[in-house]
Design a binder for this molecule. Structure first.
Ligand code: IPM
Ligand code: MG
Length: 344
């Protein structure tokens, strides 16, 4: 097989540090070609936009995209005309047609004490948030008129069906579709479409529905009741941060953003943590777990994916914890611990 080509978008804040850790691990696994591009705030500084056409074209041309994190106080603004680092993320998602965002949440037994929830509540939790990523209020018409502002949420049957298929295919014990069908018209279409698709194509999968406010509550009261959570863009954004805390730290959550074909984007769920950038303290585990998702979903190297996941689990179980996990390990300590375990 030809050497996989990976576009690397390290981004801002701790992005370059956690991506450096990921590249060390990839270099140990095999031969990869890395093509680095500026993205987010640093790209705004040098080109005026968060994602240039050239960078998007490079991503399209590669086998997978590895992303660090974007943003920071330097680029925070409420000026609707000013460029924002997040526009890079949204441009990448729509430009590559990445409608399916997968965010697995599986707390490690070794970190039970790091979770704000009691061990008996989280024991056995193993869920996947399947978030629609290129529709809804994130991409609807928005604007300002005088002293009012608006954002619109739209979904089509086709958009709902394609993300629902991803959820049904990922299910082990069942799918919980989350909406706000008691209030929103898009949610009523969502529920209707999911029910019809379920009957037509996936009658053997268990399906239930929750309103998003109730889902937010159930997620912390009984997280083990969930297998796959299927939801729209904005609800998925919020619920996936909430679900992340079940593990004790958002520093452990990986994600994959996939389209129908073409390269996917693999990135940690956490942000650019500008407050600790450059201190060497950033937790690289979520990025390493995103590398595992890239190996599994993007490069068809599932054995290597499992090896990286086991190495991360074992490093954490052996107490190699970064500050966010209550330890004193540096980014490099954590990286070396994973490399060592990959070797043995
Ligand atoms: C995420 C992030 C992004 C989102 C932001 C940075 C635009 O929160 O990937 O969850 O809202 O989708
Ligand atoms: Mg988010």
């Amino acid at each position: 097989m030809a050497t996989p080509r990976i576009t690397v978008l390290a981004g801002d804040g701790i992005g370059p540090e956690i991506v450096a850790s990921a590249l060390e691990v990839l270099n140990q696994i095999g031969d990869f070609e890395f093509d680095h591009h500026e993205f987010g705030g640093c790209s705004i500084d040098s080109t005026g936009v968060a994602l240039t056409d050239e960078t998007l074209a490079a991503c399209r041309d590669s086998d997978a995209v590895l992303l660090g994190a974007v943003g920071g106080p330097k680029w925070d603004t409420t000026d609707p005309d000013a460029p924002r680092p997040e526009q890079g993320l949204l441009g990448l998602r729509s430009g590559l047609g990445l409608f399916a965002n997968l965010r697995p949440v599986k707390p490690l037994a070794a970190l039970a004490d790091a979770s704000p929830l009691r061990p008996e509540v989280i024991g056995g939790c193993d869920l996947l948030v399947v978030r629609e990523l290129t529709g809804g209020i994130y991409f609807g018409k928005r604007g300002r008129e005088g002293d009012s502002a608006f954002d619109t949420c739209e979904y089509t049957v086709e958009e709902i069906e394609r993300i629902a298929r991803v959820a049904f295919r990922s299910a082990r014990s069942g799918v919980t579709s989350v909406d706000k069908a008691n209030v929103l018209e898009t949610s009523r279409l969502w529920r209707e479409t999911v029910v019809a698709l379920h009957e037509r194509e996936f009658p053997e999968v268990k399906l239930d529905h929750l309103l998003v406010d109730n889902a937010a509550m159930q997620l912390v009261s009984e997280p083990t009741a969930f297998d796959v959570i299927l939801t729209e863009n904005l609800f998925g954004d919020i619920l996936s941060d909430e679900a992340a805390m079940i593990t004790g730290s958002i520093g452990l959550l990986p994600s994959a953003s996939l389209g129908l074909d073409g390269p996917g984007v693999f990135e940690p769920v956490h942000g650019s943590a500008p407050d600790i950038a450059g201190t060497g303290k950033a937790n690289p585990y979520a990025t390493l777990l995103s590398v595992a998702m890239m190996l599994r979903h993007g490069l068809e190297m599932p054995e290597h994916a499992t090896a990286v996941e086991s190495a991360v689990d074992s490093a954490i179980a052996d107490g190699v914890r970064t500050a966010d996990l209550g330890g004193a390990a540096t980014t490099d300590d954590a990286t070396q611990a994973v490399l060592q375990r990959l070797n043995s």
